[in-house]
Design a protein around this ligand. Structure first.
Ligand code: LIP
Length: 268
């Protein structure tokens, strides 16, 4: 087993345990613990509890690694590995009881910033339907479910009907005019637009060919760290800004041809 595959195996065990906790807390009832960047940007007690579980399991298994989590922040490690974690991506869906949410865990090496890191392992696990989208660098991207064998993932290409695209809108209403303008610019070559509310799953679905492409402004590192590796290991490309990497200014994920067409429309 390669180092990347060992990191992925650890991440998958922890993501599945974290998903069980998130689902149980959802069934017990969810409390909004606080708002963050805007009134719509919420965090639940479960977000915090699930991240604490993930962080504790990673520290027990690999105490020298670094950590960057949505709810508990960053801590540099002594090893070359940093774990980038969104404990419940799709928090608003989760709070409303919509089952479209995921645990996203990525292992990256190098400088722990999205402009510089190298993602080496990633998992996006959605506990309600028990789908684990996984990738180890150089080993392809795979869908793993409890009920069947692993299915290799591959990005799709749009049909003559147009591209099935996904996007998102930021928590800050002041950004919505720009978000809508980007939708207007891509609609001429889209068959439809999806807004499902969990960036990591949007990226996983691009990797799986369930979406042709995805674009969103304003993502945090933990939103895209694992999903971006899924897309590239499934034969797609992930770009954005700055320097063409996914970041707060933009994330674009698709096959190479569609990603170029999205970038031309979005940045025009
Ligand atoms: C969310 C993303 C979603 C985006 C939301 C938010 P969270 O992450 O998954 O795509 O549109 O603004 O960033 O807050 O649920 O972890």
């Amino acid at each position: 087993m390669t180092d990347a595959e060992e990191l992925l195996s650890l991440a998958e065990d922890i993501a599945r345990e974290a998903g069980v906790l998130a689902r149980r807390r959802r069934e017990e009832g969810v409390r909004i613990a606080a708002t963050k960047s805007a009134l719509a940007d919420i965090v639940t007690d479960a977000d915090r509890e699930v991240e604490e579980l993930i962080r504790a399991r990673l520290a027990a298994a690999r105490p020298d690694d670094g950590f960057l989590g949505e709810e508990s922040g960053a801590e540099r490690g002594m090893s070359e590995v940093t774990w980038v974690v969104d404990p419940i991506d799709g928090t608003v869906n989760y709070a409303y009881g919509t089952p479209h949410y995921a645990v996203s865990i990525a292992a990256v090496t190098g400088e722990p910033s999205p402009e510089a890191w190298t993602a080496v392992a990633g998992i996006v696990y959605t506990p309600v339907i028990d789908e684990a989208f996984t990738a180890a660098r150089g080993e392809g991207a795979w869908l793993r479910t409890q009920g069947g064998g692993p299915q290799r993932l591959a990005v799709s290409s749009p049909t003559d009907a147009g591209a099935l695209l996904a996007t998102g809108f930021g928590y800050d209403p002041a950004t919505h005019e720009g978000d809508l303008d980007r939708v207007r610019r891509v609609l001429p070559f889209a068959r439809d637009i999806r807004r499902a509310g969990a960036a990591s799953l949007d990226l996983a679905y691009v990797a799986a060919g369930r979406l042709d492409g995805y674009f969103e402004r304003g993502l945090h590192p933990w939103d895209h760290a694992a999903g971006a590796l899924l897309v590239t290991e499934a034969g797609g490309v992930v770009s954005g800004q700055p320097e063409g990497r996914p970041g707060r200014q933009m994330t674009i994920a698709a096959s190479a041809d569609l990603a170029a067409r999205l970038a031309e429309a979005i940045y025009r």
